[in-house]
Write a protein that binds this ligand. Structure first.
Ligand code: DOR
Ligand code: ZN
Length: 346
C-alpha cells in the first residue's frame, strides 16, 4: 500500500461557522492540520480583534484534547474597520490576517467593503505592519458574467491596489482560473494563492451532471476545463506561490437542496484525501509537501510544523455528518469509498 510521510500540513482557508455546526466540524480539520486560517464571515461577522479572540476560544473549546491544533484568526474588513484595532490585534498575536469580501460577493458578505477607497488607511497600515490581505477575488456586477468575475476583479481591483501599495502582501483566496495563476506568478513573492480541492477535481460540467447539483455549487463557481488544468499545473508545480486552502464551507443539507441554495462545499472530512487524489493522478506526490506544508508558512512568515505524519492510501467510506437538532451536512465525496484515508502521526 502506498504511503507518504510529510511535515504536518496546514489549511490556509476554512469556514468553521459557530454553535452546533462549529462543534461538529472543527475536529475534522484539527485532526489533519496543524493550523488553519479561519474565515470571519459569521453572522454577525468577526470585525474586531476582540471578536476574533472570543471566536478563537469557541474554536479551541471544540478541539479534541490531543489535536495539537492552532486556529489562526482573521478580521472581516468593512468600510468602518479601524486600522489601530487591526494593528494591535496583529501585534498581540490574535489576528493573523484580514479578509476582504467585496460587498455582496458571497455568503455573509453584506457588510463587506463597498470600494477600495474606503479602506485606504487600513491597507496602508497593513502594508506597513506586514499584515496579509486575504481577498475574495470576484467583481460582482450585473453586466459581468459569473464565470468572468475573477479576471474582472484582478484587472479592475487587484492590479491597481498592488500598484498603490507596493509592500502589501496579498493572498488571492481560492483561485479558479488560469488568469488567477498568472496573476500570482506576475507578482511573486508578495502575492500567493490558495486552491481548493473541488476546483482541482471538477470543471463546471459537474454543476449540471444529469440535473442541477447544488452540492457542487460554491463561489467562485467551478470553471471550464482549461482553467482546471491550469490550476492542477499550478498546485502540483511545487511553486511557492500556491498552497493548500480547502475553503471547506459547511451548509445544512436543506439549505443547499433549496430553491435558492447556499454556496459552499464541505470538504473538511476528506480534505487531504481529495488533494492526494489529484497529486497521485498527476504523478506529483513528491511535491505534495511543498503545497500542503511548506509554501503556506513560508508566505506567512511562520515556521513549518515540526510534527510529521504518514498518509496511507487506504480506502474508507465518506458519510453524512449529523448536526444534533439541526439536520445533516453532506461532505464532498459522500457515499464514496475514498483513498488516502489513514493518517498516522509519526
Ligand atoms: O462557496 C463559498 N462558500 N464561497 C465563499 O466565498 C463563502 C463560503 C461560505 O461561507 O459558505
Ligand atoms: Zn471561503
Amino acid at each position: 500500500m502506498r504511503t507518504l510521510t510529510i511535515r504536518r500540513p496546514d489549511d490556509w482557508h476554512v469556514h468553521f461557522r459557530d454553535g452546533a455546526v462549529l462543534k461538529q466540524v472543527v475536529p475534522f480539520t484539527a485532526r489533519q492540520f496543524g493550523r488553519a486560517i479561519v474565515m470571519p464571515n459569521l453572522t454577525p461577522p468577526v470585525v474586531t480583534s476582540a471578536m476574533a479572540a472570543a471566536y478563537r476560544e469557541r474554536i479551541m473549546a471544540a478541539c479534541p484534547a490531543d489535536a495539537n491544533f492552532t486556529p489562526l484568526m482573521t478580521c472581516y474588513l468593512t468600510d468602518g474597520t479601524e486600522p489601530e484595532d487591526l494593528v494591535a490585534g496583529h501585534r498581540d498575536g490574535i489576528v493573523t490576517a484580514a479578509k476582504l469580501y467585496p460587498a455582496h460577493a458571497t455568503t455573509n458578505s453584506a457588510f463587506g467593503v463597498t470600494s477600495m477607497e474606503r479602506i485606504e488607511a487600513v491597507l496602508g497600515a497593513m502594508a506597513e505592519h506586514g499584515i496579509p490581505l486575504l481577498v475574495h477575488g470576484e467583481l460582482v456586477r450585473d453586466d459581468i458574467d459569473i464565470f468572468d468575475r475573477e479576471k474582472a476583479f484582478i484587472d479592475a481591483v487587484l492590479e491597481p491596489t498592488l500598484a498603490r501599495f507596493p509592500r502589501l502582501k496579498v493572498v488571492m483566496e481560492h483561485i479558479t482560473t488560469a488568469d488567477g495563476a498568472a496573476f500570482v506568478r506576475r507578482h511573486r513573492p508578495r502575492v500567493a494563492a490558495t486552491i481548493t480541492p473541488q476546483h482541482l477535481i471538477y470543471n463546471r460540467n459537474a454543476l449540471f451532471q444529469g440535473g442541477i447539483r447544488p452540492h457542487m455549487y460554491c463561489l467562485p463557481i467551478l470553471k471550464r476545463e482549461t482553467h482546471r488544468q491550469a490550476l492542477r499545473a499550478a498546485a502540483t508545480s511545487g511553486e511557492g506561490g500556491f498552497f493548500l486552502g480547502t475553503d471547506t464551507a459547511p451548509h445544512l443539507r436543506h439549505l443547499k437542496e433549496n430553491a435558492c441554495g447556499c454556496a459552499g462545499v464541505f470538504s473538511a472530512p476528506v480534505a487531504l484525501q481529495a488533494y492526494l487524489r489529484v497529486f497521485a493522478e498527476d504523478d506529483a506526490l513528491d511535491r505534495f509537501e511543498a503545497f500542503a506544508s511548506l509554501n503556506g508558512p513560508a508566505f506567512y512568515g511562520l515556521p513549518a510544523n515540526e510534527e510529521r505524519i504518514t498518509l496511507v492510501d487506504r480506502a474508507a467510506a465518506c458519510e453524512a455528518l449529523a448536526i444534533p437538532g439541526e439536520g445533516e451536512i453532506l461532505p464532498l465525496f459522500v457515499g464514496e469509498e475514498v483513498g488516502w484515508s489513514e493518517i498516522r502521526r509519526v
